[in-house]
Design a protein around this ligand. Sequence first.
Ligand code: NAD
Length: 487
Amino acid sequence: MHRYRMFIDGQFVDADDNWFDSYNPFTGQVWAQIAQGDADDVDLAVRAAHRSFNEGAWHDMSASQRGRLMHRLGDLIEREARRLAEIEVLDNGKLISEMESQLNYIPQWFYYFGGLADKIQGSVIPLDKKGYVNFTRREPLGVVAAITPWNSPLLLTAWKVAPALAAGCTLVLKPSEFTSASTLEFVRLFEEAGFPPGVINVVTGGKEVGAALIEHPLVDKIAFTGSDATGRVVNRAAADRFKHVSLELGGKSPNIVFDDAKLDDAVNGAISGIFAASGQTCIAGSRLLLQRSIHDEFMQRLLALAGTARLGDPLSAETQVGPITTRQQYDKVLSYIQIAQQEGARLRLGGGPASCGNGWFVQPTIFDRVDNRMRIAQEEVFGPVLAVIPFDDEQEAVAIANDSCYGLGAGVWTSDIGRAFRMSERIRSGTVWVNTYRAVSYMSPFGGYKQSGIGRENGMDAVDEYLQTKSIWINTGASTSNPFTIR
Ligand code: NAD
């Protein structure tokens, strides 16, 4: 049995012999134990991060030196990619092919944001007043609490850690209680890269640890990824304490296929949109909007291909669809399948548990003739369940796509360039993919409209989430004014 301890101020520490279990979703068995943190551990970690922010090696380092450390860290992640990917698979059951490509990609976040570290600059402001020089500094926010979910633990952690370090912040990470192991392995690399103690800390546990972090007076910013239900709680708690906050939340993304699309590409896009990662991605294309004129032909092709999905061991290169990460999520996905049937959606594929080892498998499931007002079209399932909704024209497609409390991603499949532009302008979501789906990059901003979140990760915008602007005024001595008036 593996045991993973927390990481505070450069040391691995346990928690008075309190541990909680981590399950392998493929076997349904406990494979590791994780130290159970509490408010005292949160306090130690936040104080370490606060010290490191305010004094010592990290505080004194130039931005270029910070960038070099980040580059070194990127190299170490590259070296350890396969090992870290395997740990992710044991914990979250996603396919090794996906986790390995994520891990091989993560170094780019540290190279890109490491390169950005010494290009963060303020500006000299041309003033309306004589006798002053005014300029701005872009300063780090301070201690960041990064709270993450279980679906892509290290990728989503990197989306926060890399820009935060580039800005000069320090961090306390709180990974999901279902997938903590990879984060605890990941932080080992910080020491090897040469980061001073306290720059990065990890406290493990459930929502009580997350809540203690948000409440801690020395935490300046909360960077959260998770469900909108938890995001609401986090946002409220942050508001009560006037903390900076960014939220990456859920989605119910429309994948829209027009009759002028290349249908084979669109079928592949629809399938990878919903069945990759067993639908457990925030950007899952969980609503498939099909133009009526191609509905029947498209459904035929879709069902034929989806029906061939190979379920199995996520560590095997042959497997196409893995298990659901947690028992709770498995029950939730099955309950939504029942809800959809009660609502009158027409089941065309799957529709229940799949027997595969002892793991938590759900059959790839497709419902047709879904009405966008149904719960199956409005609520995030976070599983391999697709809702197909027919439409007649562009106008109706936009209306259905935007009739959602979410706005994270959207796909448009068309050969008409004008339509591609019109649709991308009119859809209210943080990302629109045309003739592709699920592409992300460290260089391109990612985030949600509406209830899908606040703020942006990735790209140049991401570093702004960890900075604040200071305005500095210098009196050059040329100004003489009445001290009783506003200057
Ligand atoms: P979750 O909201 O249940 O948990 C996320 C994290 O918040 C966990 O670490 C959890 O321990 C912590 N948490 C729970 N309650 C808390 C509280 N009261 N205070 C502080 N922290 C608390 O989400 P999940 O089930 O782990 O992940 C799935 C969700 O994440 C889905 O809704 C999915 O769409 C979303 N997600 C969004 C993105 C994105 O970038 N937009 C990416 C991945 C996942």
